[in-house]
Design a protein around this ligand. Structure first.
Ligand code: FAD
Ligand code: AMP
Length: 479
């Protein structure tokens, strides 16, 4: 038998690394097994830091600055001549950010006394984990508790198999070395829209093929409609009801076959991104006698405290139910470490914010108007457009709106939705308010700095009761 630990974590992404750090902080002897090698170096941080949240945001920020310089600077009186994009430099900056953050996790491990075991972990059952290092002989670890945090992987579809750097998944799309002239994307989900935005801003002609007839079905309908309008204006050609049935590469060009309104069509592109979702990754994670069960969709089955069917064995992040989001994974990791240490933590799954990092950003928390309708709850709505917000106009960012849904009887805020520049930061104000059980009136009575984008939140809360100052009141029908 090899080394003994209080806690062994398998997977060093946001779920796993947060769990490991918290467990060590709570005095537990902790190891974290991570097998990832990124650009020839063993790396912590999982999908999020290496090929997900962080590199995508680095490219979104670079491409947005370029787009602004080309299209928006002139409105401020700034003339730019000979503007060009150095894609290689942009990618180097992205890689540097990724490296800084992944090395940061390794530093945090050292500072907190977490042992990083570089290699593959498999939970065997009976408080044992097999550790197969990247180099050297396997070792059987014993431990009181195990936290499974192996994350997710892109879904592949047989009609469009990946092919070198031409038909790629999200990781491939983050590594393009030049701007494709014509870019096809399968799937108009969050990842497809973010990656499409990056390359469209740099000059690609982007076509997104989406099998469903509805656009962003998880988003409040009014916000989704606004988003569709703005994306189209930016040149993203989103084709709904377009199901891809085949893709072939010939002489560097991809011919994509898709069916739209029962008619087979073709699209020729230089690169094709397959962004049709992600699935839980559990390959070789569990030995045959582990006793850990999966649900019918391949997620590890857990209870409200992320404990699997085996006492003392937990699972967090993308391999368990709930949204596939880094912040959800991290909070589950912390929750599980606290459970193991004997605390009684809770995680409010109802108030996990979601964001689409396009420009403008789309961010929301809680119920959409459709949710309120479907649940049969009496509700009221307040909307405020950024076109009437001083700070937004001063910044030349007039697009979008804030929408608040409140309970008609109790006035409690049920949901907040924003499409705007910095919507991510705005939605967090709603999360804080909602965690404290705020009513629309609570927000109405607060003093917001002027000028600020947040004033749109204030005004939307006022608009819930038709009391907004900076837009005309809704006409109330007298009957
Ligand atoms: P992961 O981050 O996938 O980490 C799991 C780790 O476990 C991996 O590094 C893997 O190598 C390792 N592993 C697996 N099996 C084993 C094993 N047997 N032994 C050892 N190691 C193992 N989320 C957001 O919240 N915001 C965003 O802006 C955002 N943007 C994204 C953009 C893209 C392009 C993608 C692909 C994802 C994005 N996500 C975003 C989702 C986010 O990355 C995931 O929700 C998050 O990484 C999940 O964390 P996790 O710890 O569960 O798993
Ligand atoms: P998400 O799961 O949010 O990343 O979104 C992935 C999107 O891809 C979903 O909206 C799916 O409807 C879409 N999708 C899946 N398969 C296909 C296909 N063959 N053709 C077009 N769109 C697809």
């Amino acid at each position: 038998m090899g080394r003994t630990f209080d806690v062994v974590v398998i997977g060093g992404g946001p779920g796993g690394y947060a769990a490991a750090i918290k467990a060590a902080q709570l005095g537990l002897k902790t190891a974290c097994i991570e097998k990832r090698v990124h650009q020839s170096t063993p790396a912590l941080g999982g999908t999020c830091l290496n090929v997900g949240c962080i590199p995508s945001k680095a490219l979104l920020d670079s491409s947005h600055k370029f787009f602004e310089a080309r299209n928006d600077f002139k409105a401020h009186g700034i003339q730019v001549k000979d503007l060009s994009m150095d894609v290689a430099l942009m990618q180097q900056r992205k890689d540097k950010v990724v490296k800084q953050l992944t090395q940061g996790i390794s530093t945090l491990f050292k500072a907190n006394g977490v042992q990083w075991l570089q290699g593959i972990g498999q939970y065997l059952g009976k408080k044992t984990v097999e550790f197969r290092p990247l180099e050297g002989a396997p070792e059987t670890l014993s431990c009181e508790h195990v936290i499974l945090a192996s994350g997710s992987e892109p879904i592949s579809i047989p009609v469009a198999p990946l092919q070198e750097d031409i038909i790629v998944d999200s990781s491939g799309a983050l590594a393009f070395t030049e701007v494709p002239k014509r870019l096809g994307i399968i799937g108009a989900g969050v990842i497809g829209l973010e990656l499409g935005s990056v390359w469209a801003r740099l000059g690609s002609q982007v076509t997104i093929l989406e099998a469903m007839d509805s656009f962003l079905p998880m988003v409040d309908k009014q916000i989704g409609k606004e988003a569709a309008k703005l994306y189209r204006k930016q040149g993203l050609d989103v084709r709904l009801g377009a199901r891809v049935v085949g893709a072939q590469v010939k002489q560097g060009t991809v011919t994509v076959n898709y069916v739209e309104a029962d008619i087979e069509q073709t699209l020729e592109v230089d690169k094709l991104i397959v962004a049709v979702g992600r699935r839980p990754y559990t390959e070789n994670l569990l030995g045959s006698g582990s006793g850990v069960n999966l649900d019918e969709r391949g997620f590890i089955f857990v209870n409200a405290h992320c404990e699997t069917d085996v006492p003392g064995v937990y699972a967090v992040g993308d391999i368990v139910r709930g949204p596939m989001l880094a912040h959800k994974a991290m909070e589950e990791g912390v929750l599980v470490a606290e459970c193991i240490a004997g605390c009684k933590p809770e995680l409010n799954y109802d108030l996990i914010p979601s964001v689409i990092y396009t420009h403008p950003e789309v961010a929301w928390v809680g119920w959409s108007e459709e949710d309120a309708k479907n649940r049969g709850e009496p509700y009221k709505v307040g909307v405020f457009p950024f076109a009437a917000n001083g700070r937004a106009l001063a910044a030349h960012e007039p697009a979008g709106l804030v929408k608040i849904i409140a309970h008609k009887d109790t006035d409690r805020i049920l949901g907040m939705h924003a499409i705007s520049t910095q919507a991510t930061e705005l939605v967090m104000q709603a999360v804080v308010a909602m965690e404290f059980g705020a009513t629309a009136q609570d927000l109405q009575l607060m003093v917001f700095a002027h000028p600020a984008l947040s004033e749109a939140l204030h005004e939307a809360a006022l608009a819930v009761d038709n009391k907004a100052i900076h837009i005309a009141p809704r006409r109330v029908r007298k009957s």
